[in-house]
Structure formats: C-alpha cells, structure tokens
Write a protein that binds this ligand. Structure first.
Ligand code: F6R
Length: 240
C-alpha cells in the first residue's frame, strides 16, 4: 500500500487524476471504476480539463460506477447516474453507452446485481478503481458488517451515511435509506485501486482503515490486503 499525505485538496485531486490518466494512456480501452460524492469532484474537473485540451482520450474507455440509490431513476438529480453525467460524462468524449451505473429501479434487484457482476467479469475485471471513504469506513456503500460482502447487493444505509449524505438533499427525510452497491469482490478484484479522502472529519477513520486491524466493521480496511492500492489523504478541504 502506498499512503500519500498531501497538503491540499487540489494536490490530492491532481495526483488521483494523474494516476487515472496514466492508466488510460497505457491502456486506451481500460475499464475504470468510478465513485460519486464530494471527494472526486476535483479529480473529475482535472480529467475534464485534460480531455478538453486534447491530452486525454476517453473514446475507448468503459466505466463502471460503484453504487446507486435504490428507487431513484437516472432523471432524478440526486441519482448517481445524474451525478456522473453532469460532473464527468457530459464533459468528456466517453461513449455513454460504455458507462455503467447500477440500476436502482430495476424490477428484479437481485437479477440486476448479478448482471452487474457478470458484466464486470466479462470485461475481465476493473483496471483501476477510484474510491472515496464514508465516515463509517464504507467503500461504495459496503457498510460496517459482520463480514465483507462479496457480490453486488442491495444494502440498508447506516444512519451515519444518511446523515452525511443529507447535505445534498433539501431534507434528511428525502435521503434514500437503501442503495445498490458493488461488493468487495469486484473492488478487491480491480487491478489497481486509488482511495482519496479529504478533511479532518475523515482523519480518524483513515487511521482506523489503513493502520488498524482488518475488520468488516471498518469496510475499507480490507484494502490493506490489496496488492496495488494508493491512498491519498489531505486534512484540507477544497479552497472555495
Ligand atoms: C460514492 C461512494 C461512497 C463515497 C463516500 C464518501 O459512490 O461510493 O463510498 O465515496 O460516501 O463520500 P464523500 O466523497 O461525499 O465524502
């Protein structure tokens, strides 16, 4: 594991973008795993800038997202599909047909989850997976549990996750209470993993996850077993 502590959100974002860009240059048709949330916004802004300058080509890239709220469709501006379109896909030359986000409104959620894993397997796995971390140590929406759950699955969100994500909604009562998330199997099967985190509110969980015991109560701690993980952390928040 490479654990890099940096002095600003902007440096964290540029480093993460550089690692992703290097993978796309090395393998133009790579499969990248993507996250939503506040943390990757700077990374996505940097990738957009390089794409607009003509330095980075997404035309052959495939993306798979970690998660989606259960019950929200793509047109809902709180859905993760909407987030990805507006914060990344609409601004780069990726073919949207090659971008995948779990379908949170599938009639048969179990079949949707199985198909999501099968698709990733058919791609030959994920080449590079970008992750954030929740205040409770979740990655994707793999919440603290008694075991690490391997397949893509539907999950009930923890109260702390609902509380943390309520900042994006008008009212906490509007936050969905469940989600569909990629499981630890696809995440740990990714050839490379980058986890980014910022802010003093993540300091304690970062220490637990990467310097404490491997424990399903701290889901990100499983990454200590991954052969190629880069963690980039800054105590600082973005300069507004
Ligand atoms: C989002 C995801 C989550 C977030 C985590 C941190 O797709 O998988 O695990 O990465 O909740 O969110 P932020 O970046 O908003 O602090």
């Amino acid at each position: 594991m490479r654990y890099i502590k940096v002095d600003s959100y902007e440096i964290m974002s540029r480093k993460a973008a550089a690692i992703i860009a290097a993978e796309i240059v090395r393998k133009p048709n790579c499969v990248i795993g993507l996250a939503t949330g506040s943390t990757p916004l700077g990374t996505y802004a940097q990738l957009i800038e390089w794409n607009k300058k003509g330095d980075l080509d997404f035309s052959e890239v495939t993306s798979v997202n970690l998660d989606e709220y259960y019950g929200l469709d793509a047109s809902n501006d709180q859905s993760y599909r909407y987030f990805m379109n507006t914060n990344l896909f609409d601004h780069i030359n990726i073919d949207k047909a090659n971008t995948y986000v779990p379908n949170g409104i599938a009639d048969d959620i179990d079949a949707e989850c199985a198909a999501y894993d099968k698709r990733i397997e058919d791609f030959g796995g994920i080449d590079i997976q970008l992750l954030g971390i929740g205040p409770d140590g979740h990655i994707g929406f793999n919440e603290p549990d008694t075991c690490f759950v391997k397949p893509t699955h539907k999950v009930t969100l923890d109260a702390s996750t609902i509380e943390a994500n309520s900042r994006f909604f008008n009212d906490i009562s509007e936050v969905p209470t469940s989600a569909v998330t990629m499981g630890m199997g696809a995440i740990m099967g990714a050839k490379k993993v980058i986890l980014i985190a910022n802010g003093l509110n993540k300091k304690e969980i970062m220490e637990k996850a990467f310097f404490g015991p491997i424990d399903p109560q701290v889901p990100a701690s499983i990454l200590q077993l991954h052969p190629d993980v880069t963690v980039i952390y800054t105590e600082k928040n973005p300069v507004k």
